[in-house]
Design a protein. Structure first.
Ligand SMILES: Cc1ncc(COP(=O)(O)O)c(C=O)c1O
Length: 388
């Protein structure tokens, strides 16, 4: 049987549905009650009890000292990059294999992405390869780390925890300290992923979470900043809420800031979703077990599993094709999608996009290779009905 047909048959064994999306939200908890409460009380907009509660609950869940909710992950990342000291014309190290928002947020600060290779063990930023690259191109001066090739300051590094699989953060923190780089985590995909007992997003100076409709917890659209730095959290709240000084009626704004607030209506959904995250995570672990079993005897494909020492949210289930089967990727995507079982390739490498083609980058053989071999499988938690 052609590999595309085998993959389709094994996906169907797991999903047992004629038509299935890649990742759909589920609202079987208090979502409707909390949203209704907002409508009935009139507290639908930029402040309200659910905003405060969602921030509290997120800090509690991640173990971060502070959480500030924002309009989406991209705006949150822009703000924390800037609060971490990224200035126009700086460079920021970002993975070549990521969603476009990671690089866009850097540009929104007026800085430039500098692309880094991936790691086969994590699908995220390759710390060893980055160390070798920095040895080649970087110079640490009293004013910070500089790229000898471009002459620009390298201000920060943004690890992104791909599909919920954590980057090797202890190793990256050590490297970043040596080169005096700020670490700002793109944890958009990794709510519910830990290294040991430490949640992703709590290693660097600060991190961003996303609650876009396809994420493990959704508010329709939304995001959060998490950090242990009280001053940074306070600045983030101020900057994302138009820099208005608190006052019962006066409109005094003390700097040019942003309206990146998360409405109470969306925060209400977030509170209800977060109440159910343990069952979402359990369903996703069970889905991983079923896919592992279904693909166990299929040559040339392997389900990507958690590294020892990590707990992974399995946001998107990920199949890695062997090097020899890579040329079958598009046939697999075509067959499965035509049959109603939605699958996706990974993103186009960011340095190939028109606006990022001229950016600085290291050699990216692993990212180049992985980009041809990754297929995401249907991953909704409600595929495991008894749990969610
Ligand atoms: C890795 C990554 N970074 C950033 C984002 C941007 O988040 P948002 O859509 O909430 O702006 C997303 C998801 O959408 C993402 O997957």
């Amino acid at each position: 049987m052609p590999i595309a047909d085998t993959v389709l048959e094994r996906i169907r064994r797991v999903t047992r549905l004629p038509k299935v999306a890649l990742h759909e939200p589920t609202f079987g908890g208090n979502e409707l009650a909390y949203v209704t409460e907002c409508i009935q009380t009139g507290w639908v907009s930029s402040v309200g009890e659910f905003v405060n509660r969602f921030e509290h609950d997120l800090a509690d869940f991640t173990g971060a000292a502070h959480a500030v909710v924002v309009s989406n992950g991209t705006s949150g990342l822009q703000i924390i990059l800037s609060l971490a000291g990224v200035k126009p014309d700086d460079e920021v190290l970002v993975p070549a294999l990521s969603f476009v928002a990671t690089a866009n947020a850097v540009r929104h600060c007026g800085a430039w992405p500098h692309f880094v290779d991936s790691d086969y063990r994590t699908l995220g930023l390759n710390v060893d390869a980055l160390a070798a690259h920095l040895r080649d191109v970087a110079e640490v001066r009293p004013e910070g780390c500089f790229n000898r090739r471009s002459g620009r300051r390298i201000a920060a590094v943004v690890p992104m925890h791909t599909f919920g699989h954590p980057v090797d953060m202890p190793a990256l923190m050590e490297l970043a300290a040596r080169y005096r780089l700020e670490v700002v985590e793109d944890a958009a995909e990794s709510l519910g992923s830990w290294i040991g007992n430490r949640h992703t997003g709590t290693f660097g100076r600060c991190a961003m979470l996303s609650f876009n409709g396809n994420k493990i917890v959704t508010t329709g659209g939304g995001g959060a900043i998490v950090t242990n730095d009280a001053a940074l959290a306070k600045r983030a709240k101020h900057l994302t809420t138009t820099a208005k000084q608190p006052h019962p009626w006066a409109f005094f704004h003390d700097e040019t800031a942003y309206n990146f607030r998360l409405p109470n209506l969306n925060a209400a959904m977030g509170c209800a979703q977060l109440e159910r995250i343990d069952s979402f995570l359990e369903a996703k672990r069970e889905l991983t077990r079923l896919y592992t079993e279904a693909f166990a005897d299929v040559p040339d494909v392997e389900l990507f599993l958690a590294r020892p020492g990590t707990t992974v949210n399995y946001w998107l289930q990920t199949l890695i094709l062997s090097a020899t089967a890579a040329d079958q990727r598009d046939a697999i995507l075509a067959t499965t999608n035509a049959a109603g079982q939605m699958t996706r390739p990974v993103w186009e490498l960011l340095y190939t996009l028109p606006m990022y083609r001229a950016c600085e980058r290291m050699h990216t053989p692993v990212a180049d290779d992985l980009a041809r071999r990754i297929i995401n499988l249907p991953s909704s938690p409600q595929l495991i009905p008894g749990v969610v």
